[in-house]
Design a protein around this ligand. Structure first.
Ligand SMILES: N[C@@H](CCC(=O)N[C@@H](CS)C(=O)NCC(=O)O)C(=O)O
Length: 225
């Protein structure tokens, strides 16, 4: 029998939380191994052998190494979905294309705009969040609002890994760049819908609270000086 897949991760990281949510949606247990990015553990020779791009999350599924959260979520959903239920990552080419497009939107637009807000504070001593970065992040919300015109989820009427990846980013973004309900009413409702999932609190909210507490705490400390 093969061992549980190992996930190298940190709970406060949005891409890691996307993987935790996906594993939970699949009912899959992971062997969680903490990586302390602040202490530079992601740059150790051992870790670089797993992922030369030195990012977390990284999955080691009995020797199959997968990096990038979006690819990990697709891999897990393809491999571990219950027999006959491909709803999290549909095999139908047309639906899969849409799921992939939302995953790439997270990877190319949402998460990078968040990291330019939180990483300068955590790693480079920034004492404030520039307002243009907040505005730039808020500009990315419309790409999701538009998708939600078609159904309750980012691709139609069923939850997919696109929702689980994007919620990890959007829930983080929201803490720094509020979502205007008049401008993005469907997005506000979608956030509430995903927050109601039974595995949301443990797999997203706890790490999110850690990240927001850390960043806001550092900002408050620096603003007092
Ligand atoms: N596109 C990647 C981004 C992963 C990423 O940048 N993770 C951050 C933590 S939230 C990290 O590992 N940073 C360390 C580094 O970039 O060296 C994914 O979705 O997995």
């Amino acid at each position: 029998m093969s061992a549980k897949p190992i996930l190298y991760y940190a709970p406060r990281s949005p891409p890691c939380r996307a993987v935790l949510l996906t594993a939970a949606a699949l009912g899959l247990e992971l062997d969680l191994r903490l990586v302390n990015v602040k202490a530079g553990e992601h740059k150790s020779a051992e870790f670089l052998k797993l992922n030369a791009q030195h990012t977390i999350p990284v999955l080691d599924d009995n020797g199959t190494i997968v990096s990038d959260s979006h690819i990990i979520c697709s891999y897990l959903a393809d491999k571990y979905a219950p027999e006959g239920d491909d709803s999290l990552y549909p095999k139908d080419a047309e639906k899969r294309r849409l799921v992939d497009a939302r995953l790439y939107y997270d990877c190319g637009h949402l998460f990078p705009r968040i990291r330019f807000i939180v990483e300068p504070v955590i790693y480079f001593g920034a004492g404030e969040v520039p307002s243009d970065r907040v505005a730039y992040l808020q500009k990315a919300y419309d790409g999701l609002e538009y998708c939600l015109a078609e159904g309750d989820y980012l691709v139609g009427d069923k939850l997919t890994i696109a929702d689980l990846s994007c919620i990890a980013s959007v829930s983080t973004a929201e803490a720094f760049a509020p979502i205007e309900p008049d401008q993005f009413p469907r997005l506000v409702q979608w956030v509430k819908r995903i927050q109601a999932l039974p595995y949301y609190q443990k797999n997203n909210q706890e790490g999110l609270d850690m990240l927001v507490g850390l960043v806001k705490g550092l900002l408050a400390e620096r603003q007092q000086k």
